[in-house]
Write a protein that binds this ligand. Structure first.
Ligand SMILES: Cc1ncc(C[n+]2csc(CCOP(=O)(O)OP(=O)(O)O)c2C)c(N)n1
Length: 340
């Protein structure tokens, strides 16, 4: 399909006004805003620590995509499970994992979720039902179906939310999973985070057809969602979760979103212009859009936003401090929790 005939990648704020009208209370709206700002500030700090040489290996930031995970998580049930790729710090925080433990894992310290031995892509919390953090592109899609199978088998009423990127969407294992998930009516919501680039390759050049229709052949309903609008995400999430939870099988949600930073910290981003990034940040930023909505619909004051920001600043500063002062793991830790 010629690129020009495609639908626009990002839905304009005007076009999504209808979804943004989804009513929520001022309190709930402030919580969503807080959760998005926490992810943004946490990731900015992680980027700084990486620049200072405190974090080794890779570091994939989620900045710009916050509305997707915050909107999804805001309507999930406690028994639901989550699984995602390497771009995972936002998913952990949204799932309720502690900033201190996530940051300390990034710096390789004993206070981290994997005692500093795993880093960014090897952190789990069975308690919060967060199952990683996978470095192999699309691996989390079949594993997510396994989690969904377990929900069904145990009849615990849970749904698995499995996130993957537009690049991952072109892998064969995704479609083997779609087939089984649809056949067995597994309780799973596939969340395709279309952030417009798979490393340095634009989705337009790498993916044929509309991504939200990739489940059509399996009878999996697919919807395109303005992933820069947390209220639109929340609304789509609620109905997708309800569909999956009620035994009707999987749903595919294509979230149209955007990452502001490079693929990882080592990406100079030469495949796109600075103007493109600035335009989307100026016109579509999920944090600013929700701020404007809360001001317009609930008269939330600047003072309130400032107070929320101050609390987050303290939390992130504390996490950074903890991540730098928590000791490195003892050498004996090399032999604990090793499964292979
Ligand atoms: C099986 C496999 N192939 C290739 C890679 C290298 N790789 C890491 S991330 C990535 C791009 C994935 O892009 P996308 O799924 O759109 O996710 P995003 O980074 O945009 O969140 C590639 C090719 C890998 N980690 N695993």
């Amino acid at each position: 399909m010629p690129a020009a005939s495609r639908r626009p990648i990002l839905v304009s704020p005007k076009a999504s006004k209808r979804d943004a009208g989804a009513q929520i209370s001022a309190q709930e709206g402030q919580r969503l805003w807080r959760d998005m700002v926490l992810i943004r500030r946490f990731e900015e700090k992680a980027g700084q620590l990486y620049g200072m040489g405190m974090i080794g290996g890779f570091c994939h930031l989620y900045i710009g995509q916050e509305a997707v995970v915050v909107g999804m998580q805001s309507v999930q049930a406690p028994q639901d499970s989550v699984i995602t790729s390497y771009r995972d710090h936002g998913h952990m925080l949204a799932a309720g994992m502690e900033s201190n433990g996530v940051m300390a894992e990034l710096t390789g310290r004993i206070g981290g979720y994997s005692k500093g031995k795993g880093g960014s892509m090897h952190m789990f919390s069975a308690e919060k039902r967060f199952y990683g953090g996978h470095g192999i592109v699309a691996a989390q899609v079949p594993i997510g179906a396994g989690l969904a199978f377990a929900h069904k088998y145990k009849k615990d009423g849970g749904v698995c939310v499995s996130y993957f990127g537009d690049g991952a969407a072109n892998q064969g294992q995704v479609y083997e999973t779609f087939n089984m998930a649809a056949l067995w009516k597994l309780p799973i919501v596939f969340v395709l985070e279309n952030n417009r680039y798979g490393m340095g390759t634009s989705t337009q050049r790498a993916s044929a057809g509309d991504l939200h229709r990739r489940g059509d052949a399996y009878g999996i309903p697919g919807h395109q969602v303005d992933g820069m609008d947390v209220l639109a995400v929340r609304k789509a999430a609620a109905s997708a979760l309800e569909h999956a939870r009620s035994g009707q099988g999987p749903v595919l949600l294509e979230m149209q979103t955007y990452r502001y930073r490079g693929h990882s910290m080592s990406d100079p981003g030469k495949y796109r212009s600075r103007e493109e990034v600035e335009k989307i940040r100026d016109e579509q930023d999920p944090i600013e859009r929700l701020r404007a909505w809360l001001q317009a619909h609930h008269n939330v004051t600047d003072e309130t936003f400032k107070t929320i920001e101050a609390g987050i600043k303290d939390e992130v500063a504390e996490a950074a401090h903890f991540a730098q002062t928590s000791p490195e793991p003892d050498e004996r830790e090399l032999y604990t929790d090793v499964l292979a």
